[in-house]
Write a protein that binds this ligand. Structure first.
Ligand SMILES: Cc1cc2nc3c(=O)[nH]c(=O)nc-3n(C[C@H](O)[C@H](O)[C@H](O)COP(=O)(O)OP(=O)(O)OC[C@H]3O[C@@H](n4cnc5c(N)ncnc54)[C@H](O)[C@@H]3O)c2cc1C
Length: 592
C-alpha cells in the first residue's frame, strides 16, 4: 500500500488561485493568517496526517468499534491519535481567539480537513463534528453556554455529536418525537436517536450532544423543533465534567465503511430525562441546527475530496508499477500507465478531484468573506454565494467521489477488489457521504427550491456572470485553451436555459422542479468545476518564470481533459432537466 503524501503544491495553488486566499487573509479578522503561519499550519497538518492518522487507517477499518458496559470502545491507537490531535491544538485552528482559538480562515482549515480525511476519514469525522457544533453554540447559544462549552471544545478536550435522526424521521425532520420538558434552568430530554456519528467514545473528557427535540406545547412539524445541548457528563460548579448525564449508547451499527467511526443508537432519558440546555429560542431549533448542518455539508465535500485524492495517489502509483501488455512503438511489456484507457481513468480521477477540491475551498472562502467582510452588501452577496454552493459542494463532490474511488478499484483490476491494496476501503468509506448530512436528493431539492426558485434565480445569475468573466481571458490565452473556452461557454448557456426552464415551468408542472433537481445540481457542479479548472489553466499560463513548469503543465492538461471529457456531461444533465417530469412520474408504484 502506498503511504499518503499531502499534495501540498496542488493545495497551495488551489488556495491561492482558486480560493483567493490572499484576499481572504487580508480581512481584518484574519490578521493571524500571515503567509508564514499558513505555510507552517499546512506543513504540520500534512505531517500529522502522514505520521499519525494514515498509519492507523487500515487498523481502524479492520478493528472497528463496539459497545461494552454502556460505552463505546474504539481502537486504542485512535485514542492515542486523538490525544496528539488535541495537544497539537488542531481543534482550534479556525476557532474564535476570544475562546482560545487561533482565528485562521475556514479556507485554511478546509485544506487541513482534506488532509486528515485523506489519511483517515473515520477519525476526521470526530473533530469535524465538534467544529460544526462549536459554530452553532457560538452563533445561537446563551452567554452561559458559550462560556461553559466553547473553550474546552476549541481546545479539543470535549467533542460533540449531532443528534437528529430517529427511526421514523430521517430526511423528514418534522417527524421527530424526542421530547423536552422544562425543569428549572434546563430541560429533561427523552427519546431515542439513531445513526449518531461519534455519539460516544473514550477519547475526550466530555461530549456535547446537540439534540433536536420538541416541547409538549410545540406546534407540529419542523416549526416545533428546538435545539438542546445535552452533555455526556453534567458540569460541576467549576465547569469541569462531573456526574454522568442520563444518556448512553445502546449499540453501534455494522456498516459498509468508516468502520472506526462509531454510528450509535443513543438513548436519552432512560432514567427520567437527560439534562439539556436550550440553544437559541424554543421552536427555532432548526435554524440553529442548520448552522451546524451547513458547516458539515461542506465538511462532507472536503472528506471525500480527501479520500478521492488518496485513491488518485494509490492508483497512479499502481499504474506506474503494474506491467501488462505492449504498446505501439515500444519493445516488450509496458506499465499499464502507458495504455490510453488507463490514462483516461487516471486523468478522470485527477480532474474530478481537483475540480471538487477547488469547489470546496472556494465555498470555504465565500463563508470567510461572508462572516468577516467589511461592507454589508458584500457580506450579503458572499453569503448568498456560499448558500448556493453548499448543497453543490456536498452532493456533487460526493457523487464525484463515488466515481473516483470506483475507478480507483478499476485501475487496480482484481487487486482493487480484494482488500489488501486499500483502495476498496476508500470506495467503501466514501459511499456514506452521499447519504448523511441530508441525502444528495435532498441537497438537490434544497438547491432548486431554496437557492434557485426562492430568489428568482438571482444567486445563480450572479454565479453565471462570474463564470462568464473568464471568457475574455481564455480568448486571449491562445489555442491551448480554445476548446476549453468553447466547452465552458456552451455549458454556461445550458445552465441559463435550465434555470429559466425551472423558474418558469413549475406552475405548469408542479413535479418539474424536483424531477429535474438532481440533474440541475450535477449540471451546476460540473460547470463550476470546469470554471475553476479554467481559472487554474489561466493561472498556470500566466505563471512567472522560475515557476515549476511541470506542475503548471499539469494544471493546463487537467483543464483541457476536463473540457474534452467531463464538461460535455453538462449538456446531458441539461437535457434531462429540460425533459420535465412526465416520464419520471408515468408509472404507478406497483409498476416498478
Ligand atoms: C454512517 C451514518 C452516519 C450518520 N450520522 C448521523 C449523525 O451523526 N447524526 C444524525 O442525526 N444522523 C446521522 N445519520 C443519518 C443520516 O443523516 C440519514 O440516514 C439520512 O439523512 C437519510 O435518512 P434516512 O436514512 O431515514 O433515509 P430516508 O429519509 O428514508 O430516505 C430514503 C431515500 O428516499 C429519499 N427521500 C426521502 N424523502 C424525500 C423527499 N422528500 N424527496 C425526495 N426524496 C426523498 C432519500 O433521498 C433517499 O434516497 C447517519 C447515517 C449513517 C448511515
Amino acid at each position: 500500500m502506498v503511504e499518503y503524501q499531502a499534495p501540498l503544491a496542488q493545495m497551495r495553488f488551489t488556495l491561492e488561485h482558486l480560493a483567493d486566499l490572499r484576499e481572504v487573509a487580508a480581512l481584518p479578522a484574519f490578521e493571524a493568517a500571515t503567509p508564514d503561519v499558513v505555510e507552517a499550519v499546512l506543513e504540520e497538518a500534512a505531517k500529522f496526517a502522514r505520521e499519525v492518522l494514515s498509519p492507523i487507517n487500515t487498523l481502524g477499518d479492520r478493528e472497528g468499534v463496539r459497545v461494552e458496559n454502556d460505552a463505546v470502545v474504539v481502537p486504542e491507537a485512535f485514542t492515542r491519535a486523538y490525544a496528539q490531535f488535541q495537544q497539537g491544538g488542531w481543534a482550534g485552528i479556525a476557532g474564535n481567539p476570544e475562546f482560545g482559538g487561533q482565528g485562521l480562515p475556514k479556507t485554511v482549515a478546509a485544506a487541513c480537513e482534506e488532509m486528515w480525511s485523506s489519511a483517515n476519514m473515520a477519525f476526521a469525522l470526530c473533530p469535524e463534528l465538534s467544529q460544526g457544533a462549536l459554530l452553532a453554540v457560538e452563533r445561537h447559544g446563551s452567554d452561559a453556554l458559550r462560556a461553559a462549552y466553547l473553550e474546552p471544545m476549541i481546545a479539543g478536550r470535549w467533542t460533540a455529536s449531532m443528534c437528529l435522526t430517529e427511526p421514523q424521521a430521517g430526511s423528514e425532520l418534522a417527524a421527530l418525537t424526542t421530547r423536552a420538558v422544562p425543569q428549572g434552568d434546563h430541560y429533561l430530554i427523552t427519546g431515542r436517536k439513531i445513526f449518531i456519528t461519534w455519539g460516544d467514545h473514550p477519547m475526550a473528557e466530555n461530549i456535547a450532544h446537540l439534540v433536536l427535540a420538541r416541547t409538549s406545547d410545540a406546534p407540529a412539524g419542523s416549526r416545533g423543533l428546538s435545539l438542546f445541548l445535552v452533555p455526556k457528563y453534567r458540569l460541576r460548579k467549576d465547569g469541569s465534567p462531573g456526574e454522568g448525564n442520563d444518556v448512553r449508547p445502546v449499540s453501534v451499527e455494522h456498516k459498509l465503511g468508516i468502520h472506526a467511526s462509531p454510528t450509535c443508537v443513543m438513548a436519552f432519558g432512560d432514567k427520567g430525562g437527560a439534562e439539556g440546555y436550550l440553544i437559541g429560542r424554543e421552536n427555532d431549533g432548526l435554524a440553529a441546527m442548520f448552522t451546524m448542518m451547513n458547516y458539515m455539508r461542506l465538511g462532507v465535500g472536503l472528506q471525500v475530496v480527501g479520500v478521492s485524492e488518496r485513491s488518485c495517489q494509490q492508483s497512479a502509483a499502481y499504474a506506474r508499477e503494474r506491467i501488462q501488455g505492449g504498446a505501439p512503438g515500444q519493445k516488450g511489456r509496458v506499465p499499464i500507465i502507458r495504455h490510453p484507457d488507463v490514462r483516461r481513468m487516471l486523468l478522470t480521477m485527477r480532474a474530478l478531484t481537483q475540480a471538487a477540491r477547488s469547489l470546496c475551498y472556494y465555498t470555504a472562502s465565500c463563508l470567510d468573506r461572508a462572516a468577516h467582510g467589511a461592507d454589508a452588501a458584500g457580506v450579503e452577496s458572499w453569503q448568498a454565494r456560499a448558500d448556493l454552493l453548499t448543497p453543490i459542494a456536498k452532493a456533487w463532490c460526493t457523487e464525484m467521489a463515488q466515481e473516483v474511488t470506483s475507478i480507483g478499484i478499476q485501475v487496480h483490476g482484481g487487486m482493487g477488489y480484494v482488500e489488501e491494496t486499500g483502495v476498496a476501503q476508500l470506495f467503501r468509506d466514501t459511499r456514506i457521504a452521499s447519504i448523511y448530512e441530508g441525502t444528495n436528493g435532498i441537497q438537490a431539492i434544497d438547491l432548486v427550491g431554496r437557492k434557485l426558485l426562492r430568489d428568482g434565480g438571482a444567486a445563480v445569475s450572479a454565479m453565471v456572470s462570474e463564470m462568464r468573466s473568464v471568457d475574455p481571458m481564455l480568448a486571449n490565452a491562445g489555442d491551448e485553451v480554445a476548446g476549453l473556452r468553447q466547452a465552458l461557454s456552451r455549458a454556461l448557456d445550458e445552465v441559463v436555459q435550465c434555470s429559466t426552464h425551472l423558474l418558469t415551468g413549475g406552475k405548469r408542472d408542479p413535479d418539474l422542479p424536483n424531477a429535474g433537481a438532481m440533474h440541475y445540481l450535477m449540471l451546476l457542479g460540473t460547470v463550476i468545476g470546469g470554471w475553476q479548472l479554467a481559472r487554474g489553466a489561466l493561472a498556470a499560463l500566466a505563471a512567472p518564470s522560475g515557476s515549476d513548469a511541470g506542475f503548471m503543465r499539469v494544471q493546463i492538461v487537467l483543464a483541457r481533459f476536463y473540457a474534452e471529457q467531463i464538461l460535455p456531461r453538462a449538456l446531458a444533465h441539461g437535457a434531462a432537466v429540460r425533459a420535465g417530469s412526465a416520464t419520471v412520474m408515468a408509472l404507478a408504484a406497483e409498476q416498478f
